[in-house]
Design a protein around this ligand. Structure first.
Ligand SMILES: [Zn+2]
Length: 312
């Protein structure tokens, strides 16, 4: 085992305060690379502070490579922590943390399984208490932008739904001066986004995938319902063209060896169903403070920080 890179500033060491600060909240290691890989790589390359908070170590994920098939539970979580560190290395992200520290919340498994009742799992977590850990991070980092899932967690996984609830609640609590003043001065996040994929983009990508499938190492394709966050195009407010960072995204996804098999322009999860690897990432702006990021009707933003004053 190699030493993991430090997940944040050391005690007593002031955090470096980049002008633009982006916070992403995810359920499991791998979700960040699949959903936001090019976005994270772009902002890290531009010198923004990119902070990732992952809520569980994905201890109940299914393992793809047979030679790693013995990994389960805490051993899988420990392994996935290293995969996450490797993925962050590919994206150039140095500040990645686990909600409440490693092992505080465990993977809840797929919806409807008895795993959901495990008292240590994220699904059983008290949302306000879990949000308290994130309030501490928000008040320390002071992000202008928060990215997370929609209220369905994108596709209904209990940990994704909880990550959404915790992130949204923490944003609210962090701004409230009466909440936990010992955790630092209140901080209001200017813009909150949910991960999205426009339906027309998903449909076109799956149509292409059908043609490419014979040349790919996967027998079958997933379908649109397997892609988290697909919505009608009108709801998309923001798109981040990640062409320049597509290579980093694919490398970060590949670093999640136990969870993802990448064969560009596609990838598959443990179900071995091919799905498109999106190198443009899409968002829905669901909350903004004041004039931050006010768009012209029908016009998509191309920067999550649009409308935010640099010095804030
Ligand atoms: Zn996940």
């Amino acid at each position: 085992m190699t030493e993991l890179p430090s997940p944040g500033p050391r005690p007593g060491e002031p955090p470096s305060r980049s002008a633009r600060r982006l916070l992403l909240v995810h359920a499991h290691p791998d979700d960040e690379s699949i959903n936001n890989g090019v976005t994270m790589a772009r902002y890290a390359a531009e010198g923004a502070q990119v902070t990732l908070v992952t809520c569980t170590l994905g201890e109940r994920g299914e393992v793809i490579p047979s030679e790693l098939g013995h990994l389960a539970g805490a051993a899988l979580g420990a392994h996935r922590r290293h995969e996450l560190a490797a993925a962050m290395g590919e994206l150039g992200v140095t500040d990645f943390r686990l909600l409440g520290g490693a092992g505080r919340y465990q993977d809840s498994g797929m919806m409807g399984l008895p795993d959901n009742d495990d008292p240590g799992c994220l699904w059983q977590a008290d949302v306000d208490q879990a949000a308290g850990y994130l309030v501490e991070t928000i008040r320390e980092v002071r992000p202008q932008v928060l990215v997370t899932y929609d209220d369905h967690g994108g596709y209904g996984h209990p940990d994704h739904i909880q990550a959404h609830r915790i992130a949204m609640r923490a944003a609210e609590l962090a701004a409230d001066p009466s909440v936990r003043p010992e955790l630092g001065a209140p901080w209001r996040i200017a813009k909150v986004y949910w991960n999205r994929v426009p339906r027309s983009v998903a449909e076109a990508a799956f149509a292409r995938l059908q043609e490419e499938l014979p040349g790919l190492p996967f027998d079958k394709s997933a379908d649109i319902d397997d892609v988290p966050g697909v919505v009608d195009d009108e709801r998309i407010t923001t798109e981040i063209d990640g062409t320049a960072h597509a290579f980093a995204k694919a490398a970060a996804m590949r670093a999640h060896v136990t969870q993802i098999e990448v064969a560009e322009p596609c990838f598959a999860l443990s179900n071995e169903l091919a799905q498109p690897l999106f190198t443009t990432e899409y968002y829905e702006l669901v909350h903004r403070e004041g004039a931050a990021g006010r768009q012209h009707a029908g016009e998509r933003e191309t920067d999550l920080f649009a409308g935010i004053e640099e010095a804030s």
